[in-house]
Design a binder for this molecule. Structure first.
Ligand code: SAM
Length: 291
C-alpha cells in the first residue's frame, strides 16, 4: 500500500493524474505521518463506530480511519480526486466516497442509509474557508453524531473552544456550546501540509451532548440573542439588544431585567446560561427571532 503521507508519493500521484491544487477549495494535503493516526485514534475510529469524513484529498486520513473503523463515508467535492482515490484506497472495501458538497448533500438521509441505527463520529481535516458553516451545518442538522474531531486553523480553534466569559469568546463559541463540549487536542504546524499554508492548525474535538446545554423556550431566539449580543463587540447588551431587534431602549432594558442581566454587561462577560435567560426573556416579551 502507498505511503500517502510521503511528499514524494503525493507529488508523484498528483503529477501522474495532472492534478493541481485548488486554493479556493482549501486543498492543503497532510504530509506529516504522525498526524492522521493520532487524529483517527483521538477521533474515536474503532470497530463498531461509523466514521464520516469531509474532504478526502488523496485519502491520507481516510485510510487511517478505514484501518480502525468498520466503515468510512467521505464527502469530497472535487471530482478530479476520484480516480486518485480509486488508486490510493483500492485496498479498502469499507470506504465509500460521496462526490458532493458537504453543505448541499442530504446528510440525515445519507447517514440513515449508510449507518442505520448507529452513532457516527466525524473526523476531518476541514477546508478552512467554510469551517464554521460546516460545523454549524453538522450540529443544526441534528444528526446521530457522538463527536466531531476536526483540524481547523489555529485562530479558529481558539474561537471555537473559547470559554464563555473569556476574551476570545464570540457568537460561534456560544452557538457551539449549545450543542457540545469542545476541547483542544493538539497543534499541527504549517509545515505538515503540501502546499504549506500561511497559518498553523489545531485539532479540536467536540463531544455532542444528548440534549442542548441550556434548555430554552425557542431555539431560534437563543441563536438570535447570541447574534444580537455579539453584533456590536464594544457595546453593552442594552445597546446590542435594542439595536439588533429594533426595540426602544426601555423595552430592551425590561427584557434584560427579566433575564437578570445588568444593562451594562458585555456579551463576552455573559455565562452560557445567561444567553438562555436572555432567549426566554425575549420570548416572553414576544420578540420575534427574525428582524
Ligand atoms: N483529508 C485530506 C488531507 O488531510 O490531506 C484533505 C484535506 S484538505 C484541507 C480539504 C479537502 O476538502 C479537499 O480535498 C477539498 O477538495 C475538500 N472540500 C473543499 N470544500 C468542500 C466541500 N464543500 N464539500 C466537501 N469537500 C470539500
Amino acid at each position: 500500500m502507498l505511503d500517502l503521507s510521503s511528499p514524494a508519493v503525493l507529488k508523484d500521484l498528483l503529477a501522474r493524474y495532472g492534478f493541481t491544487f485548488s486554493k479556493g477549495l482549501g486543498q492543503n494535503f497532510l504530509i506529516n505521518p504522525t498526524v492522521c493516526p493520532r487524529m483517527a485514534e483521538l477521533g474515536g475510529a474503532a470497530p463498531g463506530v461509523g466514521m464520516l469524513e469531509i474532504g478526502a484529498g488523496i485519502g491520507v486520513l481516510t485510510a487511517e480511519l478505514a484501518r480502525r473503523a468498520d466503515k468510512v463515508v467521505c464527502i469530497e467535492i472535487d471530482s478530479r480526486l476520484l480516480p486518485i482515490l480509486d488508486e490510493t484506497l483500492a485496498g479498502f472495501t469499507n470506504v465509500r466516497i460521496v462526490n458532493d458538497d458537504v453543505l448541499k448533500v442530504d446528510l440525515p438521509a445519507l447517514l440513515a442509509a449508510e449507518f442505520p441505527g448507529q452513532k457516527v463520529a466525524v473526523c476531518a481535516n476541514l477546508p478552512y474557508y467554510i469551517t464554521s458553516p460546516i460545523l454549524m451545518h453538522l450540529l443544526e442538522s441534528r444528526l446521530p453524531l457522538s463527536s466531531i474531531t476536526v483540524m481547523v486553523q489555529k485562530e479558529a480553534a481558539a474561537r471555537l473552544t473559547a470559554e464563555p466569559g473569556s476574551r476570545e469568546v464570540g457568537a460561534i463559541s456560544i452557538a457551539l456550546r449549545y450543542y457540545c463540549v469542545p476541547r483542544v487536542l493538539f497543534p499541527v504546524s504549517r509545515g505538515s501540509f503540501l502546499p504549506s499554508p500561511d497559518v498553523d492548525s489545531t485539532v479540536i474535538r467536540l463531544d455532542i451532548l444528548e440534549s442542548p446545554a441550556v434548555p430554552v423556550k425557542d431555539e431560534a431566539l437563543f441563536f438570535a440573542g447570541v447574534r444580537a449580543a455579539f453584533s456590536q463587540r464594544r457595546k453593552t447588551l442594552l445597546n446590542c439588544v435594542a439595536g439588533y431587534f429594533s426595540l426602544p431602549k426601555s423595552q430592551a432594558a425590561e427584557i434584560l431585567a427579566a433575564a437578570g442581566i445588568p444593562e451594562n454587561t458585555r456579551a463576552e462577560q455573559l455565562p452560557l446560561d445567561g444567553f438562555g435567560r436572555l432567549a426566554d426573556a425575549l420570548f416572553d416579551a414576544g420578540v420575534p427571532a427574525k428582524k
